[in-house]
Design a protein around this ligand. Structure first.
Ligand code: SF4
Length: 378
């Protein structure tokens, strides 16, 4: 059990003063971001989902483009799955787009097309966790709900001089209780954004800018000279290294075979870090097999067993490196020239030069580009 210790308890400022200082600072220094110019719950929700796992600067063009394509919950609910994934292409973590799409259909069906206004109903939507629900409800509806994300947790840990792993069992709950206590009932949405903004721009993970901090007066870590070493770094998971052999089949008309994997069971994903459906984001992908030895032999036997495909002209393509969370993947692709393409139950035949423009994972896009470059003699 990781020790959790509040190093010092004395403070000179009151909660009300802290709230005023932070809200005044936010009013003067907030970054002008498109989702801050609206209280439309749909737009706030889209921005919160995009901002999970993606930096603010990277989200900006996707946010604008996605809202042009799907300007309302109803438009998103009506869209085809392929179109939604296409609008998300490049942002990664595609389960976010699938969940958005499913949630939009539920909102239209069960909530008259409006993002629900109670915490329980919001939490029942796919892809909406405690953080997202609280962020959308506080910003769009002014609900008195405090958010807790990595930025907020860091500000709390430093201000309270809390040691130990913040993600250890039970600790997150304790941080949430502090966030709840600090919440300004006057402007919950602004308060939540101010806390996150402070963590993102001043109370940063490395080299916090305490000299420019509007709330340093009541900050225990600052007073004790501990700001740089709090919160304590998490121990990194050891990376899992995988090799995947991939076949870019090609017939004489320049067409290739793509497959779509079944959605993996949650337990299988956890047990099997090499699950191909997960690696290819459950999108269209080239035939592939996890390899432990002779990649070409394993791929050849996979093609024969699965599709009855023997022979063909095999040409190795440049190996690719790809990282998905804790997995470091080496992809060994082959171009396989075949007289005809096999049929597959969950397969689809498309022109190879169309693949980079399709809603496929970035790994599949890189593989298609390697094959096309090889065919063009690059
Ligand atoms: S004084 Fe420093 S450590 Fe404390 S909240 Fe401000 S930036 Fe963070």
């Amino acid at each position: 059990m990781v020790e959790w210790r509040v190093v010092a308890r004395q403070t000179t400022d009151s909660l009300a003063e802290f709230q005023r200082q932070l809200l005044d600072w936010f009013g003067a220094h907030r970054r002008d971001l498109p989702w801050r110019r609206t209280r439309n719950p749909y737009r706030v929700w889209i921005s919160e989902i995009m901002l999970q796992q993606t930096r603010t600067a990277a989200v900006l063009p996707y946010y604008r483009r996605f809202l042009r394509a799907f300007p309302s919950v109803a438009a998103l609910a009506r869209a085809r799955g392929e179109a939604v994934l296409g609008g998300w292409a490049g942002l990664g973590y595609y389960s976010r787009a699938r969940n958005l799409h499913r949630a939009a259909k539920i909102i239209v069906r069960d909530h008259s097309g409006r993002f629900p206004s109670t915490l329980d109903a919001a939490l029942a939507l796919p892809g909406v966790g405690n953080y997202t629900a609280r962020a959308v409800l506080s910003i769009a509806y002014g609900s008195p709900l405090a958010v807790l994300d990595g930025n907020v947790a860091r500000v709390i840990a430093r201000r309270e001089a809390i040691e130990g792993d913040l993600r250890a069992p039970g600790q997150w709950k304790r941080l949430q209780a502090i966030a709840d206590r600090w919440l300004s009932g006057r402007a919950p949405g602004d308060w939540n954004q101010a806390m996150m903004e402070l963590g993102a721009t001043v109370c940063t993970p490395r080299r916090p800018r305490c000299g420019a901090c509007p709330v340093r007066k009541g900050c225990r870590a600052f007073r004790l000279g501990m700001a740089e070493r709090l919160p304590e770094r998490r121990k990194k998971l050891a990376p899992v290294r995988l090799r995947i052999a991939v076949a870019v089949l090609l017939d004489e008309r320049g067409r290739t075979l793509l497959l779509r994997s079944e959605a993996p069971q949650a337990s299988r994903v956890a047990d099997s870090p090499g699950d191909l459906a997960t690696l290819f984001s459950r999108m269209w992908h080239f035939p592939a097999v996890a390899s432990a030895g002779d990649a070409r032999a394993e791929l050849s036997s996979h093609l024969a067993g699965e599709f009855g495909l023997d022979g063909g002209q095999w040409q190795p393509l440049a190996k690719l490196r790809h990282t998905v969370t804790f997995r470091e993947i080496t992809i060994e692709p082959w171009l396989v020239l075949a007289d005809s393409l096999p049929t597959a139950a969950r397969g689809r035949v498309v022109a190879l030069d169309r693949v980079p423009r399709m809603a496929v994972s970035s790994a599949s896009r890189k593989i298609a580009a390697a094959a096309l470059n090889s065919l063009r003699g690059k």
